[in-house]
Design a binder for this molecule. Structure first.
Ligand SMILES: CC(C)(COP(=O)(O)OP(=O)(O)OC[C@H]1O[C@@H](n2cnc3c(N)ncnc32)[C@H](O)[C@@H]1OP(=O)(O)O)[C@@H](O)C(=O)NCCC(=O)NCCS
Length: 207
């Protein structure tokens, strides 16, 4: 499959100025919660390693900032957008970035396998998706859904019932389908990877 991944262990991070651009450093100062700071920094380190290996540029040459305080960031070099399909995720001490240079879209999600309360299942999953009950199955199902909403670029602003996987294949309904259609109805490959022990990880690539 046509993507590259970089995993960062959030326990050992380099100094901010060796990774972040000036504009990112200014935003980083405004992040107060240690978990949010570390994860925000970690995904940028992961993505910049991939971008640096591809271009030969230094890590601080790239800036990844979102329009709002949360949301999908845009990559810029100087004033110009650096265009490449990418996706970011963080969970329980790890940050992961992916790029898909030969594809149009990518979405990834990492999640630690853990027991879930019943309301979480019924709030986020349509009954047709709940074909198994194990923590691993449900966590994996969740990562597939999140990978897909990241590929769409909508995040969970779409109804989670409108992004489903049926027998491992994505199904879009409602506003999710409108967004998917507006993207040109790319052919999506959804893959589950054993990336880290105790975690589920999904990658959705759209061509
Ligand atoms: C975007 C979303 C899928 C993030 O998932 P998550 O499991 O919370 O977090 P992850 O670590 O997997 O991914 C976070 C990264 O996704 C990226 N991201 C954020 N919004 C995105 C979007 N609309 N599309 C693609 N990627 C997005 C960001 O890079 C973010 O990392 P950063 O903020 O440190 O830069 C989802 O939580 C969401 O849509 N949130 C906004 C709506 C919301 O708050 N809903 C509340 C119910 S959860």
């Amino acid at each position: 499959m046509s993507y590259l991944l970089e995993v960062v262990d959030l326990k050992n991070l380099p100094p901010a100025e060796t990774v972040l651009s000036q504009r990112e450093q200014a935003f980083y100062q405004t992040l107060k919660l240690p978990k949010r700071r570390t994860e925000w920094f970690g995904v940028r380190l992961a993505l910049k390693k991939l971008l640096s290996a591809r271009t030969g540029k230094a890590l601080p040459d790239f800036t990844l900032l979102a329009k709002e305080r949360i949301g999908k960031p845009m990559i810029t070099v100087g004033e110009k957008e650096f265009s490449i399909p990418f996706s970011l995720t963080h969970s329980n001490g790890y940050a992961v970035a992916a790029i898909a240079p030969d594809a149009k879209y990518i979405g990834i999600d990492l999640e630690k396998i853990a027991p879930r309360i019943n309301a979480w299942k019924t709030d986020f999953f349509h009954p047709s998706e709940l074909t198994q009950e194990s923590d691993e199955f449900l966590t994996s199902l969740w990562t597939q859904k999140e990978a897909l909403v990241k590929l769409l670029g909508s995040g969970l602003t779409v109804n989670s019932f409108d992004v489903r996987t049926v027998n491992g294949a994505p199904v879009f309904l409602g506003r999710a389908l409108e967004i998917y259609t507006a993207l040109g109805s790319p052919k999506i490959t959804l893959e589950k990877l054993d990336l880290l022990p105790g975690f589920c990880f999904s990658v959705a690539v759209g061509k």
